[in-house]
Design a protein around this ligand. Structure first.
Ligand code: ATP
Length: 421
């Protein structure tokens, strides 16, 4: 990147007395960047911001602000360059909202100075940008959490900093105000050229709005790059110990995360071999749960790019997959039948059938194990009756257990100790 460096962390260590939290944090931020800091609870994001704002001593390493050692800057000088919006802003006295925003001008006013026209204009603009003018004459402590959050951001904007560091700026906001505040920050970044570093817990907001994400774990950088390089399976697992489905949000062309479950050891004593016929996205959870329980899961015939396919890829499951919009051919179905041949159980999951995937239901009567079918298969029949016919064919030779919900299937296999008889 050829833009100028504005903030540099060189092996920074900081913490609380003996308790070291930030352990060699290194990163360089350039002018005009919008960086999201992500990491699980307690990894040190707020502590790092406290170190930047001078609230905590830097015990080793250095922070450089516009090429100057942060430690050598006075509070006033630092505040002209950087505004820090803390996670919690509490004030004991009854200040009016406008007074709080005016505090943003303190780094520019002498002890005895009164604010002038210019200060009042800047405050008015900051309040307009944050939509807080309507609270102007109200007491800060009587505002809601989300309203307070916007006022504190207005105060930071009134500081006219070149860098704004925000600690979870959307945590107290409803979804409307989350987007409004994020877009306001984007405007500050793109229109006013302000460099933004924001701690964000919402990975989807971080992915959507930040050009770069820095992931912190145990006080150190463990990933740094554009959202598509940082929001990946291994990082999510490391950070959150969770199974997440990651896919591209085609609207924003950014990675999107769907949290699936907390990872925990949950092995069944006698794992079954379960073949699942699925395809769209209806089987994501059951695929995850079955493999989490320790069962051996296979799939067929699924379309590449579908959520079921994505989950299976993530879980490393064996499957028969075909390109999107391709119809399942008899050859594909032969492979599917070969894959399911060794299974104890066949689950026809919650999947609509059309002429493209009806082939999936052919030849199932030769299957030796137990056949379980989600009832939605019949209601989601877009073949003009071919599903009912295929089911009839199977039922002539085999018993089919119908279920209303995938949880019924889980309950069913949970009671089986040694496989289906
Ligand atoms: N004043 C303090 N004194 C001692 N330890 C503290 C103090 N404040 C925070 N800690 C500890 O420092 C660690 C990092 O806290 P920090 O608030 O920086 O985490 P965080 O990444 O911002 O977490 P969160 O996402 O929950 O806000 C935690 O273990 C926390 O308990």
């Amino acid at each position: 990147m050829d833009t100028k460096e504005i903030l540099r962390f060189d092996g920074v260590h900081t913490g609380y007395g003996e308790r070291e939290i930030i352990k060699g944090f290194t990163a360089t931020i350039h002018e005009g960047e919008f960086v999201g800091l992500i990491g699980s609870n307690g990894t040190g994001k707020s502590t790092l911001l406290k170190g930047v704002s001078g609230l905590l001593p830097i015990t080793a390493g250095q922070i450089w602000v516009q090429g100057e050692d942060n430690a050598s800057l006075s509070q006033r000088e630092r505040a002209r360059r950087m505004a820090v919006v803390p996670q919690h802003f509490a004030i004991d006295y009854d200040f009016y909202v406008e007074d709080i925003v005016m505090m943003g001008r303190n780094p520019y006013l002498g002890f005895r100075d009164r604010e002038g026209h210019r200060d009042r204009d800047i405050v008015a603009r900051a309040m307009a940008v944050t939509g807080t003018e309507k609270f102007r004459g109200r007491l800060f402590n009587e505002l809601s959490g989300g309203e307070k959050q916007r006022v504190v951001i207005a105060r930071a904007i009134a500081q006219e900093p070149e860098i704004i560091l925000l600690d979870e700026p959307t945590s107290a906001l409803d979804v409307h105000h989350q987007i409004e505040v994020m877009e306001m920050i984007v405007r500050l970044n793109t229109e006013s050229g302000m460099t933004v570093v924001a701690v964000l817990h919402d990975l989807n907001l971080a992915s959507r709005y930040c050009g770069r994400l820095i992931m912190i774990n145990d006080g150190q950088v463990v990933a740094d790059g554009p959202p598509e390089a940082v929001i990946v399976d291994d990082n999510m697992r490391l950070l959150y110990n969770m199974r997440m489905l990651i896919r591209e949000n085609t609207l924003f062309e950014k990675p999107e995360v769907i949290p699936i479950r907390v990872l925990k050891p949950q092995q069944v004593e006698n794992p079954l071999s379960i073949h699942v016929i699925c395809g769209g996205g209806g089987a994501v959870r059951i695929l995850d749960e079955l493999s989490e329980m320790g069962h051996r899961v296979t799939l067929g015939v699924v379309n590449e790019g579908s959520d079921d396919w994505r989950m299976a890829e993530y879980l490393g499951l064996e499957m028969v997959a075909i390109p999107p919009f391709m119809a399942v051919s008899p050859e594909d179905q032969r492979k599917n039948l070969a894959l399911m041949a060794g299974a104890d159980v066949l689950l026809v999951a919650d999947v609509p059938f059309g002429t493209g995937n009806i082939e999936n239901l052919r030849g199932l009567s030769d299957f030796k194990g137990t056949i379980v079918m989600h009832r939605s298969v019949l209601s989601g029949d877009f073949t003009g009756g071919l599903v009912a016919e295929a089911l009839e064919d199977i039922r002539l030779q085999r018993a089919v257990v119908m279920i209303d919900d995938h949880d019924d299937f889980l309950a069913m296999i949970g009671t089986i100790k040694n496989g289906f008889s």
